[in-house]
Design a protein around this ligand. Sequence first.
Ligand SMILES: O=C(O)CCC(=O)C(=O)O
Length: 274
Amino acid sequence: MTFCNFTPTRVHLVVSIIFILLIILIVVNHKTYRIGNPILNKNNLKNNGLKVQENFKEEKKPEKKIHVFKTKPLHNEPDVTLIKNFLTEEECDYIINLGEPHIKKSEVCGKNGSRPDKSRTSMTAHIGKKFLRNDNPDPVLTRILEKTNSYCGLPVENIEPIQLVRYEPGQYFKPHYDYLDTKVDMYRENVAKNGQRKYTFFVYLTDVPKNAGGTTYFPRLNKHFSGSKGDAIYWDNMGDNGKEDKRMLHSGTELKKGKKYGLNIWVRDKEYIG
Ligand SMILES: O=C(O)CCC(=O)C(=O)O
């Protein structure tokens, strides 16, 4: 039979190899589209005028960590909330150790800028940009900012440098607002640039002994609040209508004994530039 007598020539061999290579090329090319090679991402394909497959898979983004918070309402309308264990004990100690070497007399925002004042006798350290270098981000600070973003929903970029505060017996912070007074030129400019302080997280970094004062007091709500180590007291300084909410007047009452460390985390209503 002719079939049995078939003897492959060199030409047959070359044609067969080309054919097999062609099949391999088609299969590999098909797979590359489906796994979402970053070079062949949807936009590049579109920009190149190529048709994008319906089932194209995008490059996998790192999963965003989901934080679960346990909360307790402390007051309704206006809302004040206790966030249990917002920081871990280790995070509290870390912040104290990080800020303590930089601590100095607390200041208040006045007509002529930030100055020490007898209405605030505590000590403060700003934990600012130098601790948050992009090339070497501090993992604990990064986690705290991520939790803040996760709870309030505003971006990490809106958070001011966080502020460690320390009270010793006899020290206090008289009633004040956290939002900046836009009737004062320099704060109006600051708010135009950086946004207003919308949310406050005041985190208790240490336990305050019982009956030792040192509460967070809201005179217009006639309520004293406090937390255990790691708990945050959270409120909105702006209210639903976007205006400064005068009911959020608050103070740090005089500490009678022990030492109280707290952390102010203020979230602006737009990106904080500085
Ligand atoms: O010490 C407190 O309980 C509140 C502190 C406070 O209001 C502040 O530092 O702005």
